[in-house]
Write a protein that binds this ligand. Sequence first.
Ligand code: NAP
Length: 244
Amino acid sequence: MKYALVTGASRGLGRAIAVRLAQMGYNILINYAGNTAAAEETLRLVREAGTDGELWCFDVADREKATATIQAWQEAHQDNDEYIEVCVNNAGIRRDGVMALMPFEDYTRVIDITLQGFFNVTQPLLPAMQFHKFGRIINMASVSGIKGLPGQTNYSAAKGGIIAATKALAQEVAKKNVTVNALAPGFIKTDMVEGLDEATLKKTIPAGRFGQPEEVAEAVAFLVSPMAGYVTGNVISINGGLYT
Ligand code: NAP
């Protein structure tokens, strides 16, 4: 059995990615922050796609819980040599506001979930990926992490940081056939963009529309596939031509 961990998989992009990976034959470890009903719906869709999964409720920024959950899974699976070969670091939040008025907690929370979350979840998976000489790590960045967007110093810092970490880690593990890439979506229709002025924003996007979660999930499917083994340390933009 092949296993993939998707953080923030209860809704939005994470759910679409979980379902797409299930279609590729992966059992999915469905991480989420607290929305169990939504996570259960993801699990239902994963099963509908023909595999199975587990619900992993923990805050990715909580180092103790993240590592304890992953280590317990690894101990339970060590006998039959199973390991988590795909890790999609997708969990993320947005707490927008101009920096002059931004509460410190809004600044640190967004960065912690993205950057500490990446470390907490990815580090325990690296030894097995390297030992088995196959691994795929995909980090969810954003157009904000490339361009920097006003009102998002916290989010831009987090996403810019994850892009740099992607490039660094890619070079550390490339010889072991472990690839590390980032995706940089523009505006994708999920709960995260609720409340944005879609009609106005659409006019700034050459494609004239917001993207669908499945269009991001398809890029994950490509990066995970064996023939993408020579693609590493990259950032793929999925933004309808909203170039940075
Ligand atoms: P979303 O619909 O708001 O879903 C967020 C997901 O992350 C949920 O599953 C949520 O779990 C989970 N989550 C939040 N905080 C967490 C934490 N501390 N630990 C574990 N899980 C946590 O967001 P989305 O639009 O799918 O975004 C997914 C990723 O894509 C994010 O990293 C986001 O920054 C990035 N992105 C999105 C867009 C866009 O336009 N949508 C564009 C660029 C980048 P619960 O359901 O339990 O709350």
